[in-house]
Design a protein around this ligand. Structure first.
Ligand SMILES: Cc1cc2nc3c(=O)[nH]c(=O)nc-3n(C[C@H](O)[C@H](O)[C@H](O)COP(=O)(O)O)c2cc1C
Length: 183
């Protein structure tokens, strides 16, 4: 797949099954994350990967966060099952590196680019994925359970695997002129 086709025709995919990217394919995905635009090469990211039993462990931590925040029994069970929607979940953390030059905002942007780069590297290798968020991203209890640092932000849960279905219909092309003006 050439780069323009990848950028213009890529689709997110929520229906994912095994196999997940592993070995060399997974290394390529992580290398893509570490090659995004990154002012001063601060590498302001940290990636927590879960597959196999790791999905159970992540689900247990999410369920515990739901209990600790007084969620309903349904929400607690939903949190427990959440990671099992794909065979590989990458918790993407924006890890602020103190800098007089590169602001926190810029570092978060770089971490966001890492999510996109990983998703594209997965798609380019025949896998699928979806960038998800939700309340758990902001839950301090989950941060603590994942041993995150004080200044860390979870910026997404990247679900990766093999698509179970072909995308239903193409996304209509948007008129770029609605989003553009020239000075
Ligand atoms: C920061 C961010 C958070 C997102 N969170 C969710 C989410 O929690 N659940 C979801 O279904 N889609 C979420 N999305 C949207 C999907 O990743 C995806 O872009 C959307 O389903 C549209 O599909 P497409 O990428 O094929 O256009 C999020 C996207 C971004 C950028």
């Amino acid at each position: 797949m050439d780069a323009i086709t990848l950028l213009l025709e890529r689709r997110s995919c929520a229906a994912l099954q095994a196999p997940a990217p592993e070995g060399e394919a997974l290394t390529v995905i992580l290398q893509a994350a570490l090659r995004v635009p990154d002012f001063q090469r601060l590498r302001p990211y940290h990636f927590i990967l879960a597959s196999g039993d790791g999905l159970d462990r992540l689900g247990a931590l999410m369920a515990r966060a739901a209990v600790a925040t007084d969620r309903s029994p349904e929400e607690i069970e939903r949190a427990r099952r959440m990671p099992h929607r794909a065979p590989l979940v990458i918790v993407v953390v924006s890890r602020y590196r103190p800098s007089l030059i590169v602001s926190r905002f810029e570092q978060h942007l770089s971490a966001g680019c890492a999510v996109m780069a990983m998703q594209m590297a997965a798609v380019a290798q025949g896998f699928g994925g979806i960038w998800r968020s939700g309340w758990l991203m902001f839950d301090r209890g989950l941060h603590t359970a994942l041993h995150l640092e004080q200044d860390d932000h979870i910026i997404g849960f990247l679900y990766l695997g093999t698509p179970t279905l072909a995308p239903s219909k193409p996304i209509p092309t948007v008129d770029v002129n609605n989003y553009v003006r020239w000075l």
